[in-house]
Design a protein around this ligand. Structure first.
Ligand code: FAD
Length: 476
């Protein structure tokens, strides 16, 4: 399956697709293969969920706002693109995080990692959890480990180890920020496999987390010195920097926006036919599909294997960004934000004090707050107008933070079907799908945030893995 100058087509110009194209180009060059790469994006711009807006001196992220620093793929890519000097760290003065309980903000106890206590004294002192809830969580230290390592739901696992109260009041709101999901529907193995590994190795999740913290020194040694102490990093001009860097590095290749693909089919001689939404067709040697899985299922709808992709549910979320004059925000800016557990019955699920957490995002006399809306079971917002979203977010901010002033401006971002929910058994399902696809349509790979991780570093890695796998087939 190889022509003189193989032509590869990548569908979707989000971070997965751009990374796939970039690493494919690199790999073909290093393998001495003279290939052509086309990347097609349905919308008018590259970046997918990544979208930085520059407005009146503010740097506003409408989608993701930062990346986990200890995960290497983003940092490695930043170095490869010569962008490491653009990285910036969280403001160390804004490290506190709060959780809402009965309409009041409680400081999250120190030492919580992904909601799991790693320091028992602050955990035992917090007013966020009842004495009974703390005692139940401490049972984790002596409870035996589960026999067997089959998949289970994240919620079931956490409730089994730490009890319902810690799950509801602390861990769920934290993890919901990442998946916007119902923890009782999310796969443990696909979302936090490290939790299962900790239980198996250390018996206790708390002890496992403590041990992993001890071993964490050196985890950020790959970061430039200026940002080495930050758990999350971003770029001084926003995450769009990464998108621009990739597009620049792909100069000379065929990059097309406003180009939607309708289907991907088998062609003669091991080639692949791509049908575009405008009815035109192109026959290529290999394809990487990086669209959300419900879109990928449409492109492959003639294959029985595509049915399993449709089973991955996506949650819709929105966010409302509000800019204020500093004097109109009557709070200390020494926190990164707060989380709202689902039982609090509010519209917003969390709020980031963006300009406190990331100093580059606003002029020094201004404040930017970002409110998150929507999670599993809370999708009614889809019926609301942008004005209603702003009004409801302002109502919550007024009650929780006392911020009542008229914002200087607001920016609403609606992200329908944007958060994939990996169901229990997801990894096995993905492995089966990939095998069926390889049998039915060799030369076509499907990847992206619907498969092995939603974080930007996971997406970069998945794009790279697909590129390497495809290039391998054309090595001379
Ligand atoms: P996408 O970005 O969805 O890209 C897919 C692309 O395919 C899109 O551009 C789409 O237009 C295109 N497409 C669709 N159909 C077609 C078609 N038929 N033909 C051609 N093109 C098509 N991660 C982090 O690491 N840190 C964060 O802070 C963070 N915050 C987040 C906040 C929000 C609100 C959301 C929604 C996600 C967040 N994430 C975060 C997750 C991360 O942003 C995403 O998982 C990641 O950007 C997805 O990249 P992708 O390339 O796989 O998919």
């Amino acid at each position: 399956m190889s022509s003189a100058q193989p032509h590869f087509l990548i569908i979707g110009g989000g971070i997965t697709g751009l990374s796939a194209a970039y690493y494919l180009k690199k790999r073909l060059e290093s393998d001495g293969v003279k290939g052509r790469i086309t990347i097609v994006e349905k919308s008018s711009a590259f970046g997918g969920k990544i979208h930085t807006l520059y407005k009146e001196g503010f740097v506003i992220e409408k989608g993701p706002d930062s990346v986990l620093a200890r995960k290497r793929p983003t940092i490695d890519l930043a170095y490869e693109l010569g962008l490491e000097g653009e990285l910036t760290s969280q403001n160390p003065q804004a490290k506190k995080t709060f959780i809402v309980r009965k309409g009041k903000l409680y400081r999250m106890p120190q030492g919580l990692v992904l909601g799991i206590p790693t320091q028992m004294t602050p955990f035992m002192q917090t007013g966020l959890i009842s004495p009974l809830g703390k005692a139940r969580a401490a049972l984790d230290l002596i409870k035996p480990k589960r026999k067997g390592v089959s998949d289970e739901s994240l919620g079931h696992f956490l409730q089994r180890r730490l009890g319902k109260e810690v799950l509801d009041r602390v861990v769920e709101p934290l993890l919901a920020g990442i998946y916007a999901g119902d923890t009782f529907k999310l796969s443990l193995k696909a979302t936090f496999p490290q939790f299962q590994a900790m239980e198996q190795k250390h018996r206790s999740l708390i002890l496992g987390m403590m041990a992993s913290r001890k071993n964490a020194t050196g985890e950020t040694a790959h970061l430039p010195a200026a940002v080495r102490n930050s758990a999350f990093v971003t770029f001084k001009k926003g995450l769009q920097t990464l998108v621009h860097g990739l597009v620049h590095a792909l100069k000379g290749e065929d990059l097309r926006t406003n180009t939607g693909v309708a289907s991907v089919n088998k062609a003669a001689d091991g080639l692949v036919e791509v049908v575009f939404e405008d009815g035109s067709r192109e026959v290529v040697d290999g394809v990487i599909i990086t669209t959300p899985t419900y879109q990928s299922a449409e492109l492959l709808s003639h294959l029985p294997a595509a049915a399993s992709l449709k089973q991955i549910d996506y949650i819709s979320v929105a966010n409302v960004i509000m800019a204020f004059d500093r004097k109109d925000v009557p709070i200390d800016l020494d926190a990164s934000g707060f989380l709202v557990p689902r039982y609090e019955d509010r519209t917003i699920t969390a709020c980031t004090l963006t300009s406190a957490k990331w100093l580059h995002t606003a002029p020094s006399d201004k404040v930017v707050l970002r409110c998150y809306i929507g999670r599993s079971g809370q999708q009614e917002w889809l019926q609301w107008s942008d004005e209603q979203l702003v009004q409801k977010a302002r109502h919550d901010l007024g009650e929780l933070l006392g911020v009542k002033a008229e914002p200087l401006f607001t920016e609403v971002t609606r992200l329908p079907k944007s958060m994939p929910q990996y169901p229990v058994g997801h990894l096995e399902q993905v492995a089966r799908f990939r095998q069926q696809l390889a049998d039915a349509l060799p030369g076509v790979l499907v990847t992206g945030s619907g498969f092995h991780g939603v974080g930007i570093p996971d997406c970069i890695q998945q794009g790279k893995d697909a590129a390497v796998q495809l290039a391998e087939q054309f090595k001379q």
